[in-house]
Every structure is written in C-alpha cells, then in structure tokens.
Design a protein around this ligand. Structure first.
Ligand SMILES: O=P(O)(O)OC[C@H]1O[C@H](OP(=O)(O)OP(=O)(O)O)[C@H](O)[C@@H]1O
Ligand SMILES: Nc1nc2[nH]cnc2c(=O)[nH]1
Ligand SMILES: [Mg+2]
Length: 169
C-alpha cells in the first residue's frame, strides 16, 4: 500500500558527490569490469557523470524512463531504450523508491549490474548496490530540484497573520 509522505530530506550537491564517490569506491573494490554506463534519465545522469569520471569509463548511454509527475507515480514510460541484455553494463539511477523503475530496467537489461545512490525499503532488494537508505515515508529533495531562498522571520509572518484585515489589503 502506498505510504503518505511525512518528511523530506534535502540532499546537497556536496552530499550527493560524497555519496556517489563512496559508491565508486565500492564498485572499484568489487573488481567487476564495466565496458559502459547506462544512466536512467533524468535523475541518474548526475551520479552517472560522477561514476564515469571515477571509474574512468567514457562510454555512457541513457535509458529514458519516466513515471512520476510531481510526487505521484503514474504509468512507466520507456521513452528511449538501449540494445543488448546489459552484459558488462553498469546501470545508474539516483534512487530506488517503490522499485518499479529498476524492475523495468531489469526487464530490459537482465544482465546489467544495477546501482542507485539512495534506496527506500520497498526498492532496496531490486538494486545490486546502494549507499544510503531513507525511510519509505521520506521524500528526497535532490539539489537539481531545489534552490536556497530567503524566508521571513517567524515573528513577522505570525504578526502578519494576526493583523486585522483592511480594505487596503
Ligand atoms: O523506484 P520508483 O518508485 O520507480 O522511483 C524511482 C524513480 O523515480 C524518479 O524518476 P522520475 O520517474 O521522477 O523521473 P526523473 O528521473 O526524470 O525525475 C527517480 O529518479 C527514479 O528514477
Ligand atoms: N525527488 C524525488 N523523486 C522521487 N521519485 C520517487 N521517489 C522520489 C523521491 O523521494 N524524491
Ligand atoms: Mg528517474
């Protein structure tokens, strides 16, 4: 059953870079050889770029899959696929949440090694490796979806709320 979102976690660029480098370190220790990386667009493209650099892999392709509109998951749409069964391919995505995206990836590339930087419990067992697990009811805010902005002091916004309404408003 779908869980309501009760928390958010804002991932910074630095945190994402550190976590992805940690993933690179694990993959190097794993000693498998990859001939190419396939990034699951769009979220997988930033970690894929970092892994491509750290692992010295210059052949990078995309598997274009979309299913979320805002925070609602709809039908899985494969907009662009890749050839082959994924032998020697490292598939990279930012996150496995329900696991639906990675299950689709595995139907297309059953022989690939599949990693994400983040997982939630329902999506954990479909990936081969990940770095950080977050609760199912937590929405991750990625740095490319957010920006720092000024917020008014609480005292001022509270004062504004208690101000009587006038016709000038
Ligand atoms: O495990 P799941 O429940 O399938 O969710 C995880 C997927 O959802 C997000 O992609 P999204 O479909 O939002 O597209 P985007 O990467 O273009 O933002 C995220 O980048 C993963 O690919
Ligand atoms: N940004 C973002 N996209 C998602 N797609 C599925 N789950 C998530 C999430 O927690 N955060
Ligand atoms: Mg995605």
């Amino acid at each position: 059953m779908e869980q309501p979102i009760r928390a958010t976690w804002a991932v910074t660029w630095d945190r994402l870079h550190d976590d992805t480098r940690q993933l690179a370190g694990r993959l190097i220790q794993g000693r498998r050889k990859y001939r190419s990386i396939v990034a699951i667009t769009r979220g997988g493209m930033v970690p894929a770029a970092i892994l491509a650099r750290e692992l010295e892999i210059r052949l990078v392709d995309t598997l274009c899959i979309a299913s979320y509109q805002d925070r609602e998951q709809g039908d899985m749409k494969v907009l662009k696929s890749v050839d082959g069964r994924g032998e020697g391919v490292l598939v990279v995505d930012d996150l496995s949440d329900t696991g639906a995206t990675i299950r689709t990836v595995r139907e297309i590339l059953p022989d690939a090694h599949v990693v994400t930087v983040y997982v939630k419990p329902a999506g954990r067992d479909v990936v081969d490796e990940f770095i950080t697990e977050v609760p199912q009811d937590c929405w991750i805010l990625f740095p490319w979806d957010t920006s720092a902005q000024h917020v008014a002091p609480m005292a001022l916004t509270a004062a504004d709320r208690s101000r009587p309404h006038s016709d000038a408003d």
